[in-house]
Write a protein that binds this ligand. Structure first.
Ligand code: SF4
Length: 80
């Protein structure tokens, strides 16, 4: 179960998460950053450093933010 970046990232794009990810699985999209769900090792490092609390474990995504799980999947699909 990977971590997911949700709406507070939009327009913020602080990128602190990119620097700490040990497997380099966070990429910049047009409006937000995305975690590759196929590569994320679930370490939680990105969640701890996000200044806007945009990152959640897939099981703990807040209500109304669930669409960001699918949005990340679609983002990486377009690169396959
Ligand atoms: Fe990278 Fe760890 Fe965050 Fe997954 S949980 S995106 S591996 S820093």
């Amino acid at each position: 179960m990977p971590f997911v970046i949700t709406s507070p990232c939009i327009q913020e794009k602080a990128a602190d998460c990119v620097d700490v990810c040990p497997v380099d699985c966070i990429a910049e999209g047009e409006d937000q950053f995305y975690i590759d769900p196929g590569i994320c090792i679930d370490c939680g490092a990105c969640e701890a450093v996000c200044p806007v609390e945009a990152i959640y474990h897939e099981d703990e995504v807040p209500e109304g933010e669930e669409k960001y799980i699918q949005k990340a999947i679609e983002f990486y699909k377009s690169y396959e």
